[in-house]
Design a protein around this ligand. Structure first.
Ligand code: BV8
Ligand code: ZN
Length: 247
């Protein structure tokens, strides 16, 4: 029996499934990952750009960088991997997507239960009065200024050194501790605290499954680690679950 058939055996109508996703699940939508060879914005190192200090030092660079990523997310769309996770909800008791991604593709694909650990690229708020607001198209050296107090407006994402939203952490921890099956899909598992959730799930007795073309630090801890692209693996898994139902 191949890995997918074995994995499908763990997914029944009363199973609680959790999935941690990273940039890899959006790679096949045409959204570059962070740490793979085909860099995100040619020479820009996203990890250097994902920080409040850099934003304060160079608000033009960071604001235009996020505007560029927002445009990329708008110009592309969820792929078969996102759609398969949304469809998975039909085959088990609950599906909770815990994503590190900010593109909102899981919601666009129809997943109903999504926890955004690192915020999202659509919303923006003022660094001083914290008011959320739309920002205009930035040109040349424009920076987004608050329409209420005039200070800088930033993307609603979690940068390095910043706390994750308390609510997201609480819900993700609860999900990891109470699920029966935990998938880690398309993430290098180097960023914490996100990378802790698969281990918490396993320590709470869940079956831990990884889907990634490469090995990661999590691989040795997994019950199953499938060297495959997420769209291929998740579509294949759904096909098996559909056949199981037809029997
Ligand atoms: C915090 C912003 C504390 C939004 C991001 C030393 C040790 C441990 C931890 C730390 C440390 N030093 C510092 C830390 C903490 C730090 C951290 O973890 N650093 C790491 C780099 C060492 N974490 C933090 O700072 C976090 N905050 O800890 O706060 C605190 C406490 C009290 C008070 C104040 C603060 C904040 C972390 C969030 C940072 N923000 N993004 C944005 O711009 O997007 S993180 C960034 O990395 C993205 O969000 C991304 O999602 C995340 C993880 O990357 P991945 O998604 O995994 O993407 P990656 O490119 O790495 O991997 C892609 C994978 O996909 C690969 O494995 C590839 O093989 C695979 N793949 C490719 N194609 C496919 C595929 N898989 C499937 N199918 C395919 N087709
Ligand atoms: Zn303001």
């Amino acid at each position: 029996m191949d890995a997918f058939s074995k994995i499908a055996e763990h997914i029944k109508h009363d199973t609680h499934v959790a999935i941690l996703t990273g940039a890899g699940i959006s790679a096949e939508s045409g959204i570059p990952t962070f740490r793979d060879k085909d860099g995100i914005w040619t020479k820009m190192d996203p990890n250097q750009l994902a920080s409040f200090d850099v934003f304060l030092r160079d608000p033009v660079l960071v604001s235009h960088w996020y505007q560029h990523r927002r445009k990329v997310a708008e110009e592309h769309k969820p792929n078969a991997g996102h759609l398969a996770l949304a469809e998975l909800e039909k085959f088990c008791k609950s599906v909770t997507v815990v994503t590190q991604n900010i593109d909102r593709y899981h919601q666009k694909a129809g997943s109903k239960n999504v926890i955004e650990l690192h915020g999202n690229i659509e919303e923006n708020y003022c660094i001083r009065c914290k008011k959320f607001q739309e920002i205009p198209e930035l040109k040349d050296n424009d920076v987004p200024k608050c329409k209420y107090c005039g200070d800088l407006v930033r993307p609603n994402v979690v940068w390095f050194g910043e706390m994750l939203p308390q609510d997201a952490i609480r819900k993700a921890s609860e999900t990891a501790r109470n699920c029966d099956v935990f998938f880690s899909v398309g993430t290098s598992t180097v960023v914490f605290p996100a990378a802790q959730f698969p281990l918490d799930a396993k320590n709470s007795g869940a079956v831990l499954i990884e889907i990634n073309p490469e090995e990661t630090m999590l691989t040795p801890y997994c019950h199953y680690s499938v060297r495959e692209k997420s769209s291929v693996a998740l579509t294949q898994l759904l096909e098996i679950l559909k056949k199981k139902i037809e029997k």
